[in-house]
Design a binder for this molecule. Structure first.
Ligand code: HEM
Length: 146
């Protein structure tokens, strides 16, 4: 059922998102997740995590809060039903907004790239362990031939 109102690629400015923060007379609740705009007004009462957590982000970017919860892939796919547009390019780099695709593969920690390229302590620990092992092998070898 495609109609003009179903256009998920309508370009929406951040100031328009900010107006739909529940306090507006229309009572709408819009949020931004990775550069996409969602109208979650009707979803609030259905949200398994409760209304309040989403309401706190009404009219704002909720990407970090959404990711912090560790939403399931099902939850991520559900967001599609509420997308009403994309954030204007010029507004994507403003503080507090996150760009990027909202696809399953983009969930932090979900892709092998996040692990391989993450600068966490494990990336330091593994080379360090190899270094120590090489040192002891070398020490053992020099003792053998001494
Ligand atoms: C369109 C947007 C959203 C959808 C479709 C959605 C969907 C869901 C679903 C399906 C769950 C059940 C658990 C899961 O499957 O992961 C859930 C739980 C939850 N969500 Fe959302 N959510 C949305 C936005 C948000 C936002 C913006 C926040 C935070 C500010 C949030 C916070 C939570 C919390 C705290 C839980 C409970 C987690 C738990 O009990 O372990 N959600 N959400």
């Amino acid at each position: 059922m495609a109609s003009a109102g179903d256009d998920k690629n309508r370009v929406i400015s951040l100031s328009e998102v900010e107006k739909n923060n529940l306090s507006d007379p229309n009572g709408n609740c819009w949020i931004v997740l990775r550069g996409k705009v969602y109208d979650v007004t009707t979803f609030l009462t259905e949200h398994p995590g409760g209304e309040e957590v989403i309401k706190e982000h009404a009219g704002k970017d909720a990407t970090d809060a959404f990711d912090d919860v560790g939403h399931s892939k099902d939850a991520l796919q559900m967001t599609d039903d509420y997308q009403i547009g994309v954030l204007a390019e010029t507004d994507k780099n403003k503080p507090g907004t996150k760009t990027g695709k909202n696809t399953v593969g983009d969930v932090p920690g979900d892709s092998w790239k996040d692990i391989v390229f993450s600068p966490t302590w494990t990336n330091f620990l593994i080379p360090a362990a190899i270094g120590i092992a090489v040192y002891f092998i070398y020490k053992g070898a020099t003792r053998l031939f001494a």
